[in-house]
Design a protein around this ligand. Sequence first.
Ligand code: AMP
Length: 598
Amino acid sequence: MDKHEPEAVRSTSSYVNNGNINDHEGDIIRWFEEVSAKAGAVQTEVLCRILKENFKVEYLKKWLLVGKEDYLFIICKLITDHHPFFFGKKKEKILIFLCGGGGFCSSGTTEGRQKFVPFTRHSAQTTLETFTLSAAYRSRVYPIREGGKILEFIYSGNQFKTKGGLIAGTATTHYYASEEFRIKQERTKSFTCSPYEVISAGDYKQSTYCHLLLGLFFSHDVEFITSAFVYGIVQAFRSFEELWRDLCHDIRHGTLSSRIKVPKMREAVLEIITPNECLASRIEGICEEVEVMDWFGLIPKLWPNAKYVYSIMTGSMQPYLKRLRHYANGLPLVSGDYGSSESWIGVNVDPSSPPESVTFAVVPTFSYFEFIPLYRHKHSCGSSHDGGADDFVEDKPIPLSKVKVGQEYEIALTTFTGLYRCRLGDVVEVGGFHNGTPKLNFICRRKLILTVNIDKNTEKDLQAVVEKASHILQSQTNNNAELVDFTSYADLTTQPGCYVIFWEIKGEAHDHVLQSCSTEMDAAFVDYGYVVSRKTSSIGPLELCILEKGTFKKILDCFVANGATLGQFKTPRCTNNPLLLNILHACTLKIFRSTAYA
Ligand code: AMP
């Protein structure tokens, strides 16, 4: 670390202490209180440092030569959207390239081009800082036992080499293999149940089985349950519903199911587990009891010492909260932090806030953050956004110190990993301040997802509509049917075009119930363009397609087969991908056409 580096920007890892967990927590919280109090000044230091480090790169020279030494001026001239990188001599510092979590057809949440961003030592350190900082705030509210275990549903993906010889992989893949992952466990004095061989086995079904097995084996020591995105926890417990008998068998006999084929993983797991008749009987008893209640309260029953469930639960993860709450029966749900492959952004410093209202306090040392003000023009069809029509008109970017409570923004980042400035594509709202740093509500992905003509609906609009109709599904079937997952697309091959929404449901529902769900969704889109187009029949009736059971597992398998990792997987809420559409159409059992606006 540069000894001339400004004090505030210096990494927290430079703090020394005697290894006591409480000292670490105190140190990192004190550090954050300090940098958040002077967040504006810290941001200026961060920008200076990024520019100083990149001073010699070819591209910047051009601007410096013309005598424009104002940093902000220079940075404004550099790039907007995912501009090519300007590495200059910094190239050797790149440890690895990260690709967006969605894998072959995604960056970030849903569709789009795959992105490659550099990952450096600084990136690894900020990951460690994010996790230790949020762990420190969590343990103030929900203290955990030192030396306890974490049941983590985490998965590494494959790494590969780029043409230039650099290693590429997802952010989580790199993190789980890194020194920082080990340091985090030591600093927080909480240890993952599964050895690295399970995390890195490369087959998510086998890894999930082993995570569950080891989580059960250490059930009395588990202090909390986690995954990167909450989808990972829900899919693991859905698998548990099918696997519990085999898991109990393995615990009783100290064996490992023949479904586990990866030799290194088999070896590592068998080294840990020993026969435990008493535990197996306890788990069996619990499973028999909760199976008849559709697994209600499974988590606290199986893990009696778990204090909370911690994972990203906001944005496109919200639809999984209902099932998680069902499994968790009142156990606190703590929303995970906010970041992207490009940079970590904010930390949840109020762990007791419900996931629906959680905010993320921006950590001003991580990157240089700019905020593009967004104004909603509900009734307008035009937009000033280059990336394609959407419902926002945007203003010039402003620095962190100038943001206002209640205003919506898109974040632009200038990171430490190369001189470029990129837009994140998320809509956030400033919900308040933590000292001098904004606390952000995640609103939605900015990208417009459903549009046929003048209509504009985002992921959040779709989520609200689906949620409304899923209440009908549950109430009219006396809770016998439940929405498992959903996606959609705008079908432009028909005249007029229409919205098609795919549902996979668990349980049985009569056709008349599904018919009313389809009509309800059509009527529930409040976007003015949509309502007008439906009234004038320039958009056709919405179609609800009911999928066969297991369709979303097939979709996940398809993503995974194409290089995505489960850890960063997010179900695309809208898709134009022919491969996915083929699966969806092939698995459609029934179609219900809305009668709204008839
Ligand atoms: P990736 O670059 O694949 O890691 O994905 C980053 C994207 O994931 C962000 O731009 C967000 O859209 C989404 N994301 C990350 N953290 C959160 C969060 N806490 N809440 C909601 N969405 C998130």
